[in-house]
Design a binder for this molecule. Sequence first.
Ligand SMILES: Cc1ncc(COP(=O)(O)O)c(C=O)c1O
Length: 373
Amino acid sequence: MLGHRPTHVEIDLDALRHNFYQARQQAGDRQVLAVVKADAYGHGAGKVAPALQAVGADLFGVAMLEEGVELRGAGIERPILVLGGLYPGQEEELFRQRLTPALFDLEAARRLNEAARRQGVICPFHLKIDTGMSRVGFRPEELAEVLPRLAGMRALQLQGVLSHLALADEPEHPFTDEQLTRFRACLARVRQAGFTPAQIHLSNSAALFTGELPETNLVRPGIALYGGVPADHFAGRLDLRPVMSFRTSVAQIKSIPAGTGVSYGHRFRAGRPTVLATIPVGYADGYSRQLSGKGEVLLRGQRARVAGTVCMDWTLLDVTDIPGVAVGDQVTLLGRDNGQAITAEEWAQRIGTISYEVFCQVSKRVPRIYRGG
Ligand SMILES: Cc1ncc(COP(=O)(O)O)c(C=O)c1O
């Protein structure tokens, strides 16, 4: 068998299914669209989506057409919503792969309608409304012009209406109510224009676990499926299990005298005789260079700190206070070891980002190993 570098990610499909059941329970009788864009937030959409389909995910959400094509290749039969819309020239592939676009500009709608007419198909779509994220979506005041134009596009069928919340992770913030009010008003206008959308949706993970949105009948959790805490105030309050662990093992041990400089820029200088463990992981793997001098990992059930600058392929750990560290010892960058844990939230906080980015940064060259069949 081909030997391999020990750096890898473990994906716990049992934890994924557990999190899905939590979301399903919270969703009540609403449909669950599993957001698996960006390669299932770095977890590997080709394995994650089939596992979720098998336990009853109703739909899947991706950011771009190519991600939808990958899901079809992985055996996904359920509807796939392309949240990021459609670019010129993608129409026929969209029909071939039976993907559903979110539409938020009239030119894309016109092109899609033309292409659908030429092919003799009726293409379902979801209407994306910008109720306050100011990202993509028709603004409420545009609907007076947009809705009659869409009604005239006979090869398109409005199947759903969606919007996205900007502040769902801040439950006390009044702007979420403001977005809801705008969404309700837009929905009324859509219906007045003669459309009968079957699917109405607004909730990401934070909104889903915050409470009911009676006008919606579909929810769109992403981060919660991967065990990420959707917002700080949920910490310790949700029964979600981290799905990803990131591990490697010690490649080399060296003892250096006090005063020795370590790694690029010698930003770490040993203040005492020091034992260093070199691990084969670096920023090219997604171990952020911002963790230089700050990151912590688990080794022999204890925490060890990153010494100096994280390199492209290597990182150095100060293991002076951990007796007996040896080449081959397992190192946990993310996940549990001996009753301790490094969470994505802890990692994110150290470098001023969010768990989403920690997951998505784990690069393609790190093999994903799936557990829990
Ligand atoms: C339109 C849309 N819906 C749902 C989600 C899922 O959000 P979360 O991962 O916070 O649950 C995202 C993620 O960014 C999104 O862009």
